[in-house]
Design a binder for this molecule. Sequence first.
Ligand code: NAI
Length: 652
Amino acid sequence: MSFKNWTLEHDGEGITWVTLNRPEASANTLASSVMDELSDVLDVLDEIKPRGVVFRSGKSAGFIAGADIEEFKGMDIPKGRALIKRGWDLFNRLAAVKYPTLALIRGHCMGGGLELALACRYRIVVDEPGTRLALPEVKLGIVPGWGGMLRLPRLVGPAVALDMMLTGRTVDARRAKKIGLADACVPPRVMTQAAKSLVVSGQSAYRPPLAQRLQNGLLRGFVAKQAIKSVAQKANPIHYPAPYAIIEMWRNYAGNSLEVPAHLTTSLDAVLSSTTTANLVRVFFLQERLKSFGKVEAGAAAKFDPQHVHVIGAGVMGGDIAAWCALRGLRVTLQDQSVERIAPAIVRAQKTFERSLREPRLVRQALDRLIPDAHGDGVIQADVIIEAIFENLEAKQTLFADLEQRAKPTAILASNTSSLKLGDIAKGLRAPERLVGIHFFNPVAQMQLVEVVKGAATLAEHVERAAVFVRKLDKLPLPVADAPGFLVNAVLAPYLEEAMRCVDEGIAPELVDRAATDFGMPMGPIELADTVGLDIAAKVGTQLVSGPNGSQPGATPPQRLSELLAAGHLGRKSGQGYYRYVDGKPQKSSVAEAAEDLSKLTERLIHPMLAAAQALVAAGVVSDADAADAGVIFGTGFAPFRGGPLHYLARR
Ligand code: NAI
């Protein structure tokens, strides 16, 4: 029996296989039509009274990606409540059916998809790297309202469940089994048989250990208090109401968000009407927009599937870019002036692999993909060549002139330069249209954004191919023009400069930083400058910022900055910058804690950033305001709940 989205097949053993396969979509989402039909599916199942029911996906991409976020656009309280109520009622109905149910989870299982799985009696996860489970609603500023807040804590205990719900963290197949979220973790070849056996086994549903049951019962208040304490360290309830609402809904309303009285700050109504929610949904779509730059439908770029990357320069950036490429499954040759200069990058890469891959076999395979190549033999085979040598124009020109002769004609030639003009680097080339900028940010593993730079001569096709490559690395490509500092550094530099001038005027660095974190920045500008390195910050500042009173680039740098540099204090890496560092942590005085209203200082700091973003859009460095907002959020951490600098500017 077939519905538009669901298919029911009965096998000879009384088991009904219910397959979700949304037509014309690459992934399954729980759109309204899918949820409405699920209700019809349950009607049919009630009639046929199967021996068991297995829910599975017809998509190779995964199980279910979650709710259809398109439907969150323009959400208001009545619409939001109706959407939550339908899912809450439907999954409660599924949880109460008489016949045994099982979710067979292969690939991603997110949000509403996991809530559906939680409403089943059993869950089997398929042991593959793509199998990942999460309740990431908090990242959109909302709550898992379809039963996740009720069932996940009951199944895996509130400590693990709250951690998952408050961070949106994913768990892989093995961990899902370990924490009790899945009854079994099986390889793909036996998954169908395993599902068949378990669903009719008569085995009682998984019951968590006593300690976890107590935390859900008697100790609930204590657990909630601890959770609030730890959330308070990361999220201001005024900026981010959802995590606090999740804790309260679990503690006092058995996970039923519809029950919380509307006047409370932890109510569903408060969450739905907060600008944070609207802005985080906006950020989700901004992220999709960035991803779309790397999805090319037609032309040569659409077929570009790079396998081999050659990186030149094994320093801070080149070493980490090479490691990231190898981690993402590409074959990488890493060149520098000598083997000795490559070695530290390999040691660093090994640590990264161990942290992210954990299994020794996978670590070994990743290391095998990362090949030290002091003579640059990899150049002739590479599909992408990334230059990350010293920031020196002549050295880069000489290097590219040689690369151009040896590289495959189809290979991308890319520079990671921060401050040189791509057009200048391309000057010595026979085919300057081949050169693109692929500008990563430091630290490579953590920063999602990568600017893809089009020089005046660069062919659009090479920019597209570079964006496809960046997506292959699971990063977010942003096309930008060849202007000083591109987008991100050009927005950051005047902000850092203003912060340093504040310190020169006698304002404590702690106060300056707090004014920015109060606004929602992940780190204050002074601490950020220390973290980037004061030498690098000074260099970027000299090139990009006009001095006080609108003077030209190269104007007197901030005084304290010059003093620190003269004394050899480079920030965190040297143990002393604007702050002193102990074990990598800045030692801050408590002056900022007593301060009350810092809004004027905040305004002063943020203004140069907003003005720069506006000017860069006007100058065509990025295509439009949304692209600029996306770039600044994912490239600087600009308070996501504000929706981006230009969105914020237009609405305040
Ligand atoms: P780095 O000084 O850490 O590393 C440069 C490496 O290049 C050194 O190991 C050096 O031996 C090697 N090298 C120099 N000339 C070479 C040649 N002809 N052939 C082979 N290897 C050569 O520099 P870092 O910080 O990694 O910067 C590299 C590039 O990345 C620069 O263009 C910089 O503007 C850019 N960048 C730097 C960022 C940062 O935060 N450090 C951020 C984004 C881009």
